[in-house]
Design a protein around this ligand. Structure first.
Ligand SMILES: Cc1cc2nc3c(=O)[nH]c(=O)nc-3n(C[C@H](O)[C@H](O)[C@H](O)COP(=O)(O)OP(=O)(O)OC[C@H]3O[C@@H](n4cnc5c(N)ncnc54)[C@H](O)[C@@H]3O)c2cc1C
Length: 819
């Protein structure tokens, strides 16, 4: 049998890269269609200035970019370059930006990109148009540079064609043919092309293409200004037409600007203008030329005028320059800035790879090719998967507002905890009204409002014993944080606290096939008695951790699954048998949950219930239907914070009554409401991992310290063969627990970690451990960094000494949690 017939919609940088990646893997039935002429189709790629800055806060995005650099370096068209590795400089004109550049240098180091912060004079030496007196320093990345996207498209198309791919220009896709829930082809202006797989690489046309099969594609086309100056005397004779550029590409994030050379002219991109959403029905038509195409709108001078003055401030030689041409070019923005990769939930074989920059194009194409050919991408993609969004986040107004905000914030200095300002109150739990009364400080995640601490608890600060007193933090670590978290941690460890766990994804997996499905997809034995609760992992075929799940068997054929997000829902639904023997439902919104944790939790809950909550009758990791204060509740005895307690689930309508009952009775037991700041600290002290931050598909369970959750003796499950030969002793890298030596320097996550002066890993989660009285962090380190190893964490421009410690830090014998 030959390889599947693939139709790729779009011959831009993403579509051609994908054709190349698929054909290089032996898939030779690949047809690329584009509505525009070839090779200059008129899409975003046709005019892309092609700056490639690799450094981002995301390991995945940086890795995708680095692959693009490596791949394009090896490409040419008749000896002409596709990547000109001129290097990249990001400059700082404020102390805050200079600090940010150090943070970015840390990310680059964490993700394996060589980068250094340099003095103003060195910046000006490399880029003589810069006035060193106007800057405080720069971040220099030698491997950054210019991608010649329109030429790379030619190189990639030629290579793919040589391996059998067919390219058809001026062929517009009008419809997607389906049969039996699968794609069977595409209808185009020149007839039907049969296909087993269709991949839409339609760039900002993505929503229209998705609409052909009823799929939401949450991106917004926005215009972004790009100008070219007339000849600059300073550049005359420096570059040839062939080389185009010799100075490093330049970013001036403080004014939302970037720069590159075009032989003897300067190209300038600006994000400093108002967001300009584009209606796809109003794109320019007509013949595609270098200067006129559907992705180019007329230049609006007035939007560029203020930015032009800022350009002259940074690069004084522009004072005598004039602008030769400009346009408002269109490309895609998304609610969280990430790309959109994945298969339609409804029509099998219809994939998308959209909202992708030139920078990440080769990396994304490789990932999609690996997904199609191997079923798994070597780079983990949870931040790129189109199914990461919640239903409410797919609403066009939500997409529009959040994507425009992303445009505005594209170069802003963003704190890791910084919530979006709008839209807010999109999703609230039934306890929201009470939380407001208690002065909750809400942060936002996936539309949910989540309390981080409660101002009312400030009143307890003066009761804190000396060893629990919060330590001063630096300005950055103090943002979106409050010393009140110490009070909430203390009360959880010494009395009892109520945590709102409602936003955590809950799925109901039910039906006669439910047990078999969960058995096949998870690492633990699921065939346990009704009332059992099991912590387990879902692995991918290579043994990578695709999720960790808490599965409660509520009846013979009904399981409640505590999951990590929408990706789990998508996965379980896809894996459910087609015969209807399993139903997977998202019950998050219709239910709610209070985590009632602390040594007094049993006293509290027992006072409100006729059910037996004693240790003998209600054991650790068991679930029961009970009544609390008259409210029917599914109680599960587990705790993310490492204390005695229960997760109390009820339907949304009963939620407020449950909260009020616990609150009223709890006054005698010292109850408080507590937020996620304390929660994160307590869960890390107890050694609980957070999927997506601490581990992903790039890690196997033994590396992640989760080998205990794998039961190889059980029947076959996805990933079993891949992990069968691995153990805690054979792994090369490990998620290690660190305690900061000085007892006070809090780090935030993603910082590089050094052993003997060399970067060897990076921080995942970090917090202040209130119980242990020191900052703690988890980090990926070589397995040789055993307990006792001294390390250094790079925090901005300084190094923080820390030590690898045995974990968990709190209650290793589990006496508290099993009390
Ligand atoms: C002014 C500007 C500056 C930029 N600068 C940079 C930069 O410096 N660095 C960087 O990394 N990125 C940059 N970008 C972003 C980058 O250009 C895009 O993200 C990238 O080119 C998108 O590539 P693509 O292949 O997804 O989309 P496109 O190149 O738009 O390709 C999509 C293709 O799909 C085709 N298509 C759509 N609908 C249909 C249909 N129904 N039937 C058939 N074909 C269809 C279109 O004709 C088009 O050719 C910039 C963008 C702009 C606007």
């Amino acid at each position: 049998m030959g390889s599947p017939r693939v139709v790729i919609i779009g011959a831009g940088i993403v579509g051609t890269n994908l054709a190349d990646e698929l054909t290089s893997r032996g898939w030779d039935h690949v047809t690329v269609v584009d509505q525009g002429p070839l090779p200059l189709t008129g899409g975003s790629t046709s005019h892309a200035p092609g700056l490639v800055f690799q450094t981002t806060p995301s390991k995945t995005m940086t890795t995708l970019a680095s692959y693009t650099v490596e791949k394009f370096k090896a490409l040419d068209v008749d000896g002409q370059w596709c990547f000109n590795q001129v290097g990249g400089i990001e400059v700082a004109t404020t102390p805050q930006r200079l600090a940010e550049l150090h943070r970015r240098q840390g990310w680059a180091t964490s993700w394996g990109v060589d980068a250094r912060v340099i003095e103003p004079e060195e910046c000006a030496k490399m880029h003589p148009l810069l006035d060193p007196k106007r800057i405080l320093g720069g971040l220099y990345v030698e491997s950054d540079g210019l991608a010649k996207a329109s030429r790379a498209v030619v190189a990639l198309s030629r290579r793919a064609q040589a391996r059998g791919a067919v390219f058809r220009g001026s062929t517009k896709v009008l419809g997607v043919e389906q049969g039996g829930g699968r794609v069977t082809g595409v209808t185009t202006t020149s007839g039907v092309i049969p296909a087993d797989i269709v991949v839409s690489c339609g760039g900002f046309w993505g929503p229209d293409l998705g609409a052909l099969i009823g799929m939401d594609v949450p991106l917004l086309p926005l215009a972004h200004q790009y100008v070219t100056t007339r000849q600059l005397p300073e550049l005359v004779g420096r570059n040839t037409v062939a080389s185009e550029a010799g100075f490093p590409i330049l970013r001036h994030q403080d004014q939302d600007l970037y720069f590159r050379e075009h032989v003897d002219r300067l190209g300038i991109g600006s994000y400093a203008h108002r967001p300009m959403p584009v209606d796809l029905r109003e794109l320019p038509g007509g013949e595609v030329t270098d200067d006129a195409m559907p992705s180019m709108l007329a230049f609006t001078d007035e939007d560029f005028a203020p930015a032009w003055e800022k350009c002259k401030d940074l690069l004084p030689s522009l004072r005598d320059a004039t602008i030769e041409s400009g346009f408002n070019g269109i490309f895609s923005f998304t609610p969280d800035g990430g790309p959109l990769i994945g298969e339609s939930p409804d029509v099998a074989g219809f994939w998308i790879a959209e909202a992708v920059w030139v920078t990440h194009s080769a990396g994304v194409a490789r990932a999609v090719a690996q997904l199609l050919v191997d079923g798994r991408s070597e780079v983990e993609l949870h931040g790129c998967d189109v199914h990461r969004f919640e239903e409410v986040q797919l609403d066009p107004d939500y997409v529009s507002e959040t994507s425009q905000q992303n445009f505005v914030e594209i170069y802003d200095i963003l704190h890791p905890l910084q919530p979006r300002e709008s839209p807010r109150d999109v999703r609230v739990s039934p306890f929201h009204v009470r939380q407001r009364e208690l002065g909750a400080m809400f942060l936002e995640s996936h539309g949910w409002e989540r309390p981080h601490w409660f101002d009312v608890n400030a009143g307890l600060l003066d009761q804190l014993p000396p060893e629990w007193q919060p330590k001063p933090r630096d300005e950055w670590a103090a943002m979106f944080h409050s010393p009140i978290a110490a009070v909430e941690a203390w009360r959880t460890r010494t009395a009892v606290a109520m945590y709102d766990m409602t936003p955590l994804k809950r799925l109901e997996v039910s039906g006669p096939g439910a047990l078999a499905l969960l058995q096949r997809l998870t690492t633990a034995t699921m065939d346990k008695s009704v009332g059992s609760v099991t912590y387990t992992l879902a692995l991918d075929t290579a043994g990578g951790v695709r999720s960790d799940l808490t599965v409660a068997r509520l009846s013979e054929n009904v399981f409640q699954v505590g999951a990590n997000g929408n990706l789990d829902l998508d996965y379980l639904r896809r894996q459910a048998p087609a015969d209807g023997s399993v139903t997977v439902r998202d019950i998050t919104g219709g239910t709610c949950c209070i985590g009632l944790w602390g040594p007094r939790s049993r006293d509290l809950v027992s006072a409100l219930s006729r059910d037996d909550f004693s240790g003998e009758s209600f054991k650790y990791f068991r679930a029961k239907h009970v009544r609390i204060g008259g409210v029917p509740v599914t109680a599960m005895r587990l705790s993310y914070v490492g204390e005695l307690g229960w997760e109390l689930y009820t339907s949304a309508d009963n939620g407020l009554r449950l909260w009020d009952a616990l609150w009223a009775e709890g006054q005698q037991h010292g109850v408080i409401a507590a937020g996620r700041a304390a929660f994160n600290s307590l869960r890390m002290e107890r050694g609980y991992r957070s999927w997506g931050t601490d581990m992903t598909t790039e890690h196997n369970p033994y590396e992640a310290g989760l080998g205990f959750a794998v039961r190889l003796q059980k029947e076959a499950f996805v990933g079993r063969d891949a992990v069968a030969g691995i153990s805690d002793d054979t792994v090369q890298k490990r998620l290690a627990c660190l305690v900061v030596d000085d007892g006070s320097s809090v780090v935030m996550g993603s910082e590089p970690v050094f052993v003997d002066g060399a970067p060897v890993g990076y921080v995942t989660s970090a917090s202040f451990g209130h119980t242990v009285g020191a900052p703690i962090a988890y980090a990926w380190l070589p397995a040789t960094a055993v307990v006792g190893t001294g390390v250094e964490i790079q925090y901005f421009d300084r190094r923080v000494a820390a030590t690898v410690v045995a974990e968990p830090l709190v209650d290793p014998e589990m006496n508290k949690i099993r009390a």
